[in-house]
Design a protein around this ligand. Structure first.
Ligand code: CAA
Ligand code: NAD
Length: 284
């Protein structure tokens, strides 16, 4: 089996930076790429802060922290992917933008390289179709916050090879994560269930069933969820939540997946949740 040693993560946002952290912590070299250098720099700052907390809590030594940081380099040039064994894409949840990226990656990356997507909902089979290596394209769906959450949903596209699947399964284990295999359907398993619940919580708010805090407290105290669904939506990003609902609605064709108009309105207003300072709650 190929030994994956050099990776490039594309998208230095909340997911991309978390993925870069766990890859580097597992001993591999990683390039963190973003079209906007300010984002990858911010991502590196988040990684550093997470590691400082690990050192303070004696989960890592200072030397381990320094070694992890030394394995991460920043980039805003896709050509930096010409020597990598694998790419994990974590850019905006939009098929058009991802398709353009995968076409470029297919030209730049070495023939043996695996191209993985961290998409929350989009079809891996379709993403793979924009490349000449559909057998080496796979979904590697990390959960937020990446350094904490154990699950990686591994999604096989129709043409993903078994070898590619095994490489990714092995990589997930090297990162101390638990890979779970699912097939290529809109939203996979995780977001078909989670986002339908979140969207229903937004409908509860929209229809005046209860106040936002009450909706969240019901789910926290009544169902033992660590966060209420509205706070979790803010944490994920309301733009990402809306994009996922659109994929579920269009892909599964059932009106039960229609995005709540209130979710649309918030996204249109630029209220994207925690990352923009305002969503269902105010973070300023
Ligand atoms: N990055 C790194 N570490 C973090 C973190 C972050 N953003 N947030 C919290 N942590 C760590 C903290 O360091 C803390 O550990 P220590 O105290 O030992 O240092 C630990 O997690 C617990 O954090 P807190 O005590 O601050 O808070 P908490 O107990 O409420 O836990 C939480 C925070 C882990 C985020 C928890 O609230 C939780 O599990 N929430 C639900 C998360 C969830 O559902 N994620 C899935 C989202 S959906 C998705 O990812 C898929 C998609 O496609 C949309
Ligand atoms: P984010 O908005 O925090 O970050 C996205 C980053 O991608 C930004 O820094 C942006 O500058 C960069 N970017 C956009 N287009 C680019 C391009 N063409 N090339 C390079 N960089 C580009 O988003 P996020 O929450 O990190 O989500 C990223 C992906 O991960 C999405 O596909 C999302 O569905 C998925 N995902 C999100 C979560 C979550 O909870 N937020 C969980 C799992 C998966």
């Amino acid at each position: 089996m190929m030994d994956i040693q050099r990776l490039m993560i594309i998208g230095g946002g909340q997911m991309g930076s978390g993925i870069a952290q766990v890859v580097a912590a597992a001993g591999m070299n990683v390039i963190l790429n973003d079209i906007d250098p300010a984002y990858s720099l911010k991502g590196l700052g988040t990684i550093r802060n997470n590691l400082i907390r690990d050192v303070e809590k004696k989960r890592k030594s200072q030397a381990e922290m320094d070694a992890i940081l030394a394995r991460i380099s920043l980039s805003s040039d896709l050509e930096d992917g010409r020597n990598v064994d694998m790419v994990i894409e974590a850019i905006v949840e939009n098929m058009q933008i991802k398709s353009e990226l995968f076409k470029k990656l297919d030209l730049i990356c070495p023939q043996h390289a695996i191209l993985a997507s961290n998409t929350s909902s989009l079809a891996i089979t379709e993403i793979a179709s924009f490349t000449k290596r559909p057998d080496q394209v796979i979904g590697m769906h990390f959960m937020n916050p990446v350094p904490v959450m154990k699950l990686i949903e591994v999604i096989r596209g129709l043409r993903t090879s078994h070898e590619t699947y095994l490489l990714v399964e092995n990589l997930a284990k090297r990162m101390d994560k638990v890979p779970i295999e699912v097939n290529d359907f809109p939203g996979f398993v995780s977001n078909r269930i989670l986002l339908t619940m979140i969207n229903e919580a937004v409908f509860c708010l929209y229809e005046g069933v209860a106040a936002r805090e009450s909706i969240d407290e019901v789910m926290k105290l009544g169902m033992n969820h660590p966060m209420g669904p509205l706070a979790l939506a803010d944490f994920i990003g309301l733009d990402t939540c809306l994009a996922i609902m659109e994929v579920l609605h269009e892909g599964l064709g059932d009106s039960k997946y229609r995005p709540c108009p209130l979710l649309r309105k918030y996204v249109a207003a630029g209220w994207l949740g925690k990352k923009s300072g305002r969503g269902f709650y105010d973070y300023k």
